[in-house]
Ligand binder design. Structure first.
Ligand SMILES: Cc1cc2nc3c(=O)[nH]c(=O)nc-3n(C[C@H](O)[C@H](O)[C@H](O)COP(=O)(O)OP(=O)(O)OC[C@H]3O[C@@H](n4cnc5c(N)ncnc54)[C@H](O)[C@@H]3O)c2cc1C
Length: 448
């Protein structure tokens, strides 16, 4: 039987980060990934002749862990993203709201955005957001768990946020980021997502990737792992763990093949982790909450056109429609096509069991409400579904996220759903990967 120091299950950013950090310290690592391509939710691949991605992603200027791991493998974040200092919020029958994001890189746009846009959000709307944000961040510092009792809508109602401010500011900042309507989006997640970034807020801007994410993010990390002697196997699904007296010492694949190791890092999405953990530890109280933590889907549609749909490749929100967030990508990520939109849909559950053609028709209809004609120049489209990749970001669930260290010897968890400060983001996944590597090094008595 093949034997490794550590087996990492899942080649998303969390798993790849763990494997890279361990291989750098001289440990032998095996990464097993069930899909054909590595990258997990930051993957890109060809699907029936069209280049697709797991979904529209934005690199946030204040991320630290992701740029640092990329730097270690020779990638400078500034070389792989096109920075945007503004975002657009499209509104039915009115001029869009244009908001400046960056106090440092484009301060005038930020001031104009705050003082302007009065055609959609008037002074009293902006003013009504002040107590919402001030008390929200204050409560997050004092007692974040208490905030998980409220949805964003409930918290907004408590502080008399106007309907306009809710629709055109808070919906883009909640539904636009994590696909959930404000009545289902935890106020803790809302404030918590921005909170760790506050000291670095001056770095705020968003980056569109200049190519497919597997090529830009996952492949350079994978090459560095392989250079260090690590092995990555794709199309290899782990079915369950090998246990020896309550100590995890390897994995068994779907085809029955076994690999042994001193430790196993389960770096899958939540759905994958629950399925493996549930087989062995369903009666173990240590995993009770994690096994009950609900998953949440995400659905995206990626469309190609004979000409660009939007004048800029810029992050755009479509509040009060099914288009949670989207961007034209033909001048940034997918330059080989004349026009391309990547759209994240809301609410995701509505689209999960729907046929592709029906989804496309709904999106064409919804886009019309935002003044976009998607029907006339559409040449191709693909739907990408993630049925159980996310942990639920609804109220009352955050406390159920597990710690990475488990009570089972040799078993460590990694992934964006584990307890780290950046919730379900690339930054959170990389942080969890770094922490998992440190926990493994403890098993081998190697200083972290
Ligand atoms: C549409 C969309 C838009 C997003 N936008 C952003 C954004 O703008 N900014 C941002 O920071 N984040 C964004 N995210 C979130 C970000 O992609 C994730 O938080 C991050 O990629 C999670 O990484 P991970 O390694 O924890 O999990 P994953 O990437 O899900 O990796 C887990 C891996 O485990 C594999 N696996 C599961 N079960 C098994 C098994 N039994 N055997 C072997 N392998 C298995 C899976 O195939 C997968 O490759 C977005 C996600 C989506 C889907």
């Amino acid at each position: 039987m093949e034997r490794y120091d550590t087996i990492i299950v899942g080649a998303g950013l969390a798993g790849l980060t763990t494997a890279f950090e361990l291989s750098e310290r001289g440990l032998s690592v095996l990464v097993v990934e069930k899909e054909k391509v590595i990258g997990g939710r930051t993957a890109s691949w060809e699907e029936k002749g069209m280049l697709v991605e797991s979904g529209l992603h934005r690199h946030i200027g204040y991320y630290k862990a992701l740029p640092s791991i990329l730097k270690k493998v020779g990638v400078n974040i500034n070389d792989i993203v096109q920075w945007e200092e503004k975002i657009d919020i499209l509104i039915h029958g009115r001029q869009p709201i244009i908001l400046g994001l960056s106090p440092v890189y484009h301060p005038t746009a930020m001031i104009k955005g705050l003082l302007g846009n009065n055609h959609a959000i008037e002074f009293q709307d902006k003013f009504s957001l002040m107590p919402f944000f001030v008390t929200g961040f204050w409560r997050y510092i004092k007692n974040p768990e208490a905030l998980d009792q409220y949805s964003v809508r409930e918290y907004a109602e408590r502080y008399n946020v106007t309907e306009n401010a809710l629709n055109y500011m808070l919906i883009p900042l909640s539904t636009g980021i994590f696909f959930l309507p404000p009545e289902r989006y935890s106020a803790k997640v809302f404030f918590g997502l921005f909170f760790p970034a506050m000291p670095y807020f001056y770095k705020m801007r968003v980056g569109a990737y200049l190519g497919g994410m597997t090529e830009l993010l996952a492949n350079p990390i994978a090459r560095a792992i392989e250079k260090n002697g690590g092995i990555i196997k794709t199309s290899t699904c782990v079915n369950h763990l090998i246990l020896d007296h309550e100590r995890v010492c390897g994995v068994v694949l779907e085809d029955g093949k076994k690999f042994e190791s001193t430790s196993v890092v389960l770096a899958t999405n939540l759905g994958g982790a629950k399925s493996i953990i549930g087989q062995h530890f369903s009666n173990n109280p240590a995993f009770e909450h994690m096994l009950k933590l609900p998953t949440m889907p995400a659905i995206t549609i990626q469309m190609e056109f004979s000409e660009p749909v939007l004048p800029y490749d810029r992050t755009t929100f479509g509040p009060l429609t099914a288009l949670a967030s989207f961007a034209e990508q033909s001048r940034s990520t997918f330059t080989h096509v004349p026009g391309r939109l990547s759209i994240i849909l809301t609410p995701p559950e509505k689209f999960l069991d729907m046929a592709d053609e029906a989804i496309c028709q709904i999106i064409i209809k919804e886009a019309k409400k935002l003044g976009m004609n998607l029907a006339s120049n559409l040449t191709d489209y693909r739907i990408v579904k993630h049925p159980e990749d996310f942990h639920s970001l609804s109220p009352h669930h955050d406390w159920m996220r597990p710690e990475q260290v488990t009570q089972i010897n040799g078993l460590i968890l990694a992934g964006d759903y584990t307890r780290q400060p950046f919730f379900a983001t690339m930054e959170g996944a990389v942080i969890s990967g770094m922490r998992a590597a440190n926990l493994v090094l403890g098993y081998h008595d190697i200083p972290v």
